[in-house]
Design a protein around this ligand. Structure first.
Ligand code: HEM
Length: 137
């Protein structure tokens, strides 16, 4: 049981705030895309020359998911992540590369153990959900 068991949910900090807010998410996606940029096999999936806009979209999405500003949906509409990934062959190998860079990015921020575990668990589940193609034979 957490310490705030008697505080109304509406008065509690969001996970986004507890995780450190914008700074934390900006750091995670910056580190993540640094990893993508250095990984030619994964980088090849990203359609745009400039990874900056993709970085911003992922940051806004994660911020919204964890209870921060809903800028993602204001700009992009309903996330529909599975549908939005259909144009890209997300194979088990690409998922593993994506997760490798993402979990390494999470390593660079100092989350409390509970938030850290929740974030990693979510990312693994989301990445598994987005696999949409087999590895080439
Ligand atoms: C499993 C491995 C994954 C691969 C290979 C992958 C690949 C991609 C690619 C190539 C794009 C297009 C870049 C862009 O223009 O934004 C994209 C977009 C996006 N991805 Fe992923 N992705 C993966 C997992 C995830 C996961 C787990 C999440 C969320 C937790 C996620 C969230 C997003 C978001 C929010 C966008 C932008 C969608 C939009 O608004 O257009 N992706 N992804």
């Amino acid at each position: 049981m957490s310490d705030d068991a008697d505080v109304p949910v509406t008065a509690q900090q969001s996970p986004y705030e507890r995780m450190g807010g914008h700074e934390t998410f900006a750091r995670i996606v910056r580190e993540f895309y640094r990893g993508v940029a250095d990984d030619p096999a994964l980088r090849a999936l990203y359609p745009e020359e400039d990874l900056g806009p993709a970085e911003e979209r992922l940051r806004m999405f994660l911020e919204q998911y964890w209870g921060g500003p809903s800028t993602y949906s204001e700009q992009r509409g309903h996330p529909r992540l599975r549908m939005r990934h259909v144009p890209f062959a997300v194979t088990p190998t690409q998922r593993d590369r994506w997760l490798h860079h993402m979990l390494a990015a999470v390593d660079t921020v100092d989350l409390d153990p509970q938030a850290d575990a929740a974030l990693r668990d979510y990312l693994v589940r989301a990445a598994n959900m987005l696999v949409n193609a087999p590895d080439p034979a």
